[in-house]
Ligand binder design. Structure first.
Ligand code: AMP
Ligand code: ZN
Length: 459
């Protein structure tokens, strides 16, 4: 049985979906004001892995990941660029899809955009006002009254009084309690705004997820995910909004992905160590890069922080290359996974134990050694099929091992040189065959002579 660490319960729990065989999952997505960075990529990739594992083990999954397309950062960036908000967010959504595709993520079942759901947000705010869980203030904002929701603080494990001391929240004359948070912001000049019963304005960030989750998945869902930092206040506020309105549990399993750090430091603009995913991909081989980054991001357990360094990325590439080399040398048989097979059973056991990809990768490497030893096409097929459940080992092995030089022309030229070298060897002209090998080596191409002939790879 699948076990999931539920942040709300602070322990691993057996997973029982609301409806047998079906999963409703919501993950907080990106604010589309810039290309996403490698930290965002970790959280996105972790939940893509969760989605794929649920699918691989037979669940029907509706996976919703929202797009925040109205927010202060977006408004500021569009003004700075001298472009419209629509043009900025449209460009960034296209870029997001290009980059998530390169990291081999599946598209979610739905990607609702905040600006398409303003009506749903106002509906939810209306329900909260009717239940006295929210109130319009004299400045035109609408606030959530945290004191009216008994469960406030249950996810972060804090009481309202602890939070007030800990957070040093500023006193604001419009709020009844300093922890009250905004659901609807009164319009400011030159900002996008919508008409409402409370006056012109735009939604707060937190209400977006409660409203879109309800619209797409219903009042109670199975899994809700996001990065570690979202537990407070974002997810705490989502619970207050959703449960305050419905009177029912909002989420049965809360999952949070730990952070990615840069060279052991927190990533931040002021430290200048924020790298976008596309900057990193541009420095890697075009064929190997996306899957290398994916492998790197999934190598550690999702609840452990991971560290980004260039060396760790190259090390991930080497590890992935060793798996692909086994698949190249022993052609994988096409197959459906037999979960009774000892390797498959162990892989499943660790993955079902709160998605332990770190242990699952260890199983893949043991299986690789076995493939190399036995030359079994069945085991090679199993290696590929197990990797595929995590969105790995899906490419042509020879092409992956050779890397981006495998553009048709370059590959044809290398093949021609390998042939010339074979001819030279046959004629016992070893000076010439060595010269050709050295020439290729100087270009970063390593030749490997094996029983089935000579193959090549990038050094
Ligand atoms: P944002 O666009 O800043 O709201 O972040 C989008 C998602 O990325 C959220 O789920 C964040 O928790 C997550 N995130 C932001 N920074 C990091 C990081 N350094 N490591 C992992 N996840 C992050
Ligand atoms: Zn959210």
């Amino acid at each position: 049985m699948l076990k999931i660490y539920n942040t709300l319960a602070r322990q691993k729990q057996g997973f029982t979906p609301l409806e047998p065989g079906k999963v409703r999952m919501y993950v907080c997505g990106l604010t589309v004001y810039d290309f996403f960075h490698i930290g965002n990529a970790r959280t996105l990739t972790v939940f893509d892995m969760v989605y794929r594992w649920l699918l691989a083990t037979g669940y029907e999954v509706k996976y919703v990941r929202n797009i925040t397309d109205v927010d202060d950062k977006i408004i500021d960036r569009a003004n700075k660029n001298g472009e419209s908000i629509d043009s900025l967010t449209e460009r960034m959504v296209v870029a997001m899809h290009a980059d998530t595709d390169r990291l081999m993520m599946l598209r979610p079942s739905a990607e609702p955009r905040a600006t398409d759901h303003i009506g749903d947000m106002l509906g939810l705010i209306g329900d909260l006002v009717d239940k006295s869980k929210a109130y319009p203030a004299s400045n035109g904002d609408v606030y959530y009254a945290v004191r009216e929701f008994a469960g406030y603080g249950k996810l972060s494990g804090k009481s309202i009084d602890d939070l007030r001391v800990g957070e040093r929240v500023a006193v604001d004359g419009n709020k009844r309690d300093p922890l009250d948070f905004v659901l609807w912001k009164a319009a400011k000049p030159h900002e996008p705004h919508w008409h409402s019963h409370y006056g012109e304005g735009r939604p707060g960030w937190h209400i977006e997820c409660s409203a879109m989750s309800r619209a797409e998945l219903g009042e109670t869902i199975d899994i809700h995910g996001g990065g570690w930092d979202l537990q407070f206040p974002h997810h705490e506020n989502e619970i207050a909004q959703s449960e305050g309105a419905s009177g029912k549990p909002f989420v049965n399993y809360w999952m949070h992905a730990a952070f990615l750090n840069m060279d052991n430091e927190k990533m931040s603009k002021s430290l200048g160590n924020v790298f976008t995913t596309r900057e990193i991909l541009a420095r890697l081989d075009p064929v190997q890069g996306g899957e290398t980054v994916r492998f790197f991001l999934l190598r550690g357990h999702y609840r452990s922080e991971i560290n980004y360094t260039w060396d760790l990325l190259l090390d991930s590439r080497a590890s992935l290359l060793s798996l692909y080399t086994a698949l190249r040398d022993v052609p994988p048989a096409a197959m459906q996974i037999d979960w009774e097979h000892p390797y498959a059973a162990r892989f499943r056991e660790v993955m079902d134990d709160d998605f332990n990809t770190s242990m699952a990768f260890a199983v893949l490497h043991e299986l690789r050694a076995e493939v190399n030893r036995t030359r079994s096409t069945e085991l090679s097929g199993l290696l590929k099929a197990l990797g595929n459940t995590l969105g790995l080992l899906t490419q042509d092995p020879a092409r992956f091992v050779q890397g981006g030089e495998a553009t048709a022309d370059a590959a044809a030229e290398i093949d021609a040189l390998i042939l010339q070298r074979q001819e030279a060897k046959k004629a016992r002209n070893f000076a010439e065959s060595d010269r050709i090998r050295d020439e290729l080596k100087a270009r970063g191409i390593v030749l490997e002579d094996g029983a089935g002939g000579t193959s090549w790879r990038r050094a």
